[in-house]
Write a protein that binds this ligand. Structure first.
Ligand code: PMP
Length: 416
C-alpha cells in the first residue's frame, strides 16, 4: 500500500505538534496514517487505501462511521445553534435516557470527555466522604487527570504530577480480592475506581463473583465504588457492565458511545452523592461546553438506535469472529489467548491466560505490533498497540468479519 500523502502530512505536522498527533495513542512507527473518510465499518485513508476498521476510534462508534441517524440528528441541531450556555432540550433528553438505561444513574452530570468525568467523580468522592485515598487497578487507565496517571509507588519529578497527588492513589491488581481487602483496611479510602471489564490492558474479564465481592467490601468500609464505564457503558448492554453483571456502583463514568461520535462524557450516581455537586453542593464542577446540544443530539440518536436486540446480534457476530480468530491461532500452533466481552476483544500472544494488568504486560507485544503492521497492509485497521481493544460495530457484517478472519489467518501463516 502506498501512503505517501499521509507521510507528507506527518512530516509537516510532527514539527508543529509533538509526535505529529493530538493524542499519543495514535502515534506508531514509521508514521500514523491520516484517515479521510469512513462509512459503516470501512475507513479510507487520504491516499485512497481502504481498511476494515477494528479500532473504531477507540470505542465510540458502535453504529459504525457516518451513521445516517447521527448525521441527521447533528445536522438538525446545528441548524438551530451549536451552544447556548443555557440548558437545552437535547441535553435533558439525553440525561433522561441515561437515567432510564443505567442502573446506578439516579442523577447525571454531562461533561465533555471521559477524563473530565473521572476527574470530577474522584473529586466528588473525596468531597462526599471527606477521605483522600483513591484505589485503582494496575494496568487500568482512566484518562489523563493527575490522580489517575500515577500512584504512590511511582513518583517522578519529570511527569508533572506532584508526589502528594501520587501518594493518595493506590494501585492494586484486578481480580485480587485479597489486595482489595488489605487496601481498604485503613479506612482512608474515598473510592475504588475500576473498569468493571478492563479495556486498557487489552480486554480482561472479571472472575466469577469478583465484582460482587468488591461491592460488598466497599460497602462495608463505606468507600464509594466508581465503575469507569467510559468504554463499557452502552457497549456491553444498554445499561453497561453494571447491568450485564448485576452490580450497582455508587458512581459511574461514561463517555465514547454516549456522544454518538462527538466529544462527550458524563458521570452519574446516587442522588445524595450527586447533590454534593455545585450548585446544590460544595464540590465544584463546571464546563462551557458541558451538555452541548449537538453532542447530546448525537448521543441520544446513538442510544436510541442501540436496542437490546442489536446488542444481542452484535454479541453473537463478535463471538463468531473471535472464535474464528482463536481457531486460527490454535491451528497455527500459536501460543496465546483472545479475551472478549461483547463487542470488545483483544488477543494476547505468548501467554495462555490473562486475568490482571501485570499478566497483560507479560504478553508478546512485539508479535502484536508485527501483526498490526501486516494486517494494516492487508486492509484491516486494528488498534496499533497490544494493550488496546478491538471493537466491532453493528456495521461489521458477515463479509467484513470474513475478510478479517481470512487476513488474520494469512498473516499468522506468514509470521510463523
Ligand atoms: N476511562 C477509560 C476507561 C478510558 O478508556 C478512557 C479513554 N480511552 C478514559 C477514561 C478517558 O476518556 P477520554 O479520552 O474521553 O478523555
Amino acid at each position: 500500500m502506498i501512503r505517501k500523502t499521509s507521510l507528507q502530512y506527518h512530516s509537516e505536522t510532527e514539527n508543529i505538534t509533538p509526535g505529529g498527533v493530538s493524542s499519543p495513542v495514535r502515534a506508531f512507527d514509521p508514521y500514523p496514517i491520516y484517515m479521510g473518510s469512513g462509512a459503516g465499518c470501512l475507513i479510507k485513508d487520504i491516499d485512497g487505501n481502504e481498511y476494515v476498521d477494528l479500532c473504531m476510534a477507540y470505542g465510540p462508534l458502535i453504529l459504525g462511521h457516518a451513521h445516517p441517524s447521527i448525521i441527521s440528528a447533528v445536522t438538525e441541531q446545528l441548524k438551530k445553534g451549536s451552544v447556548f450556555g443555557t440548558p437545552s432540550v437535547p441535553e435533558t433528553d439525553l440525561i433522561k435516557t441515561i437515567t432510564e438505561k443505567v442502573p446506578c444513574a439516579e442523577m447525571v452530570r454531562l461533561v465533555n470527555s471521559g477524563t473530565e468525568a473521572v476527574m470530577h467523580s474522584v473529586r466528588l468522592a473525596r468531597g462526599y466522604t471527606g477521605r483522600n485515598g483513591i484505589v485503582k487497578m494496575k494496568g487500568g487507565f482512566h484518562g489523563s487527570c493527575d490522580s489517575m496517571l500515577s500512584d504512590r509507588t511511582q513518583s517522578s519529578s519529570k511527569n508533572g504530577i506532584t508526589e502528594y497527588t501520587a501518594y493518595d492513589t493506590y494501585a492494586i491488581e484486578y481480580n485480587s480480592v485479597g489486595q482489595m481487602e488489605s487496601v481498604l483496611e485503613g479506612g482512608n479510602i474515598a473510592a475504588v475506581i475500576m473498569e468493571p471489564v478492563m479495556g486498557n490492558a487489552g480486554v480482561i474479564l472479571p472472575e466469577k463473583d469478583y465484582l460482587k465481592k468488591v461491592r460488598k467490601m466497599t460497602e462495608k468500609e463505606e468507600t464509594l465504588l466508581i465503575f469507569d464505564e467510559v468504554i463499557t457503558g452502552f457497549r456491553l448492554s444498554e445499561g453497561g457492565a453494571q447491568e450485564k453483571y448485576g452490580i450497582i456502583p455508587d458512581i459511574c463514568t461514561m463517555g465514547k458511545i454516549m456522544g454518538g461520535g462527538l466529544p462527550a462524557g458524563a458521570f452519574a450516581g446516587r442522588k445524595d452523592i450527586m447533590m454534593h455537586l455545585s450548585p446544590t453542593g460544595p464540590v465544584v464542577q463546571t464546563g462551557t461546553f458541558s451538555g452541548n446540544p449537538v453532542t447530546a443530539a448525537a448521543g441520544l440518536a446513538a442510544l436510541t438506535e442501540m436496542t437490546e436486540k442489536r446488542y444481542e446480534d452484535l454479541d453473537k457476530s463478535t463471538e463468531e469472529l473471535v472464535s474464528s480468530l482463536s481457531d486460527s491461532m490454535n491451528d497455527r500452533n500459536i501460543t496465546g489467548t483472545v479475551n472478549r466481552a461483547g463487542s470488545m476483544f483483544q488477543m494476547f500472544f505468548g501467554v495462555k491466560a490473562v486475568k490482571n494488568g501485570t499478566e497483560a504486560q507479560r504478553c508478546d507485544r512485539d508479535m502484536y505490533t508485527n501483526l498490526f503492521r501486516r494486517m494494516l497492509d492487508a486492509g484491516v485497521y486494528m488498534p496499533p498497540a497490544a494493550l488496546e481493544v478491538n471493537f466491532t460495530s453493528t456495521e461489521h457484517h458477515k463479509e467484513d468479519n470474513q475478510k478479517i478472519s481470512e487476513e488474520f489467518d494469512n498473516v499468522l501463516r506468514c509470521m510463523k
